[in-house]
Design a protein around this ligand. Sequence first.
Ligand code: MRU
Length: 350
Amino acid sequence: MIPTLEWTADGVRFLDQTKLPLEETYVLATSYEQVADVITTMVVRGAPAIGVSAAMGVALGIKQSRAADLTALKADFEKIAKTLAATRPTAVNLFWAIDRMRVLFLKLVEQPGATHASISEALVREAQTMYEEDIAACKAMGAHGADLLPEEGGVLTHCNAGALATCGYGTALGVIRTAVEHGRQIHVYADETRPFLQGARLTAWELMHDGIPTTVICDNMAASLMRQGKIRAVVVGADRIAANGDVANKIGTYNVAILAKEHGIPFYVAAPWSTIDLATPTGEAIPIEQRAAVEVTHHAGKQLTPHGVGIENPAFDVTPAKYVAAIITERGVLRAPYAESLAGLEAQMA
Ligand code: MRU
């Protein structure tokens, strides 16, 4: 299993995704501020991995707190939560994870006999449970979604929604992994995913690690390959899915969805339930992270664009629900109309 992130006695250990594929190095975050920095700088990235990293950041911050009593510990919790919540705004898993830790923390603080040590231990256990649940959710997504993929042929994915974007196995890549485990002859086409190159660097690296046939294409090649019949299905991950089924994912996902529609190719989204945000009615209300211009102007330290040129760098876009053939979750496969299928499954699980 690819060790994306891990709780250790000394802090949270992250595989440094900014260095892949050429270097396999690790970063040990020994404070919650460092965990926040690791999320912001994308040493760790991908919505589910961001969520569990934040939960571990909370656990680490509480463990290290010097609060004199539980009232002061409550204030520390909010300081830690605020720092972690300010890292990346689009991935709803970040806020889901912090909220889950807060609900438990507030319950623990009220318990008779609660101590800083007992609360801290319970929070570490909760973060570790979230880690295990994330892997289990990915495996369940794989089991639910694998049969949607073709028996053989090309499957396009955008960005990295794999083991590196989760605690292991992956969402979109988890579906591909299970399909391959079931004997489907799939060839993955990985969009390079400008500007951060998650497809070229990360998806290609992890699929090659597993021996799954993979070809990297530049983002602007997808239409041409679809027209040639090389792509039989598209499967991507998500950072947030609104109540009506609109999907925020890596910038360029929307382009792929339109192209898939034009070519009659099914466009699937695989995401855990922690990515579904029923409190956000449509994609228009999803906050889109804007990242630094330097990610576009430079590559590997080399300037690509003229000094002073205008730059846009939205990290995500929103694909309207009408382009989505199915949403694959650990609870099952959902079909349109998503407002009904999402709310229905949520009510059923409550
Ligand atoms: O900016 P990133 O690399 O964090 O963006 C990641 C994506 O867009 C993924 O597709 C999404 O988070 C789902 S990961 C299972």
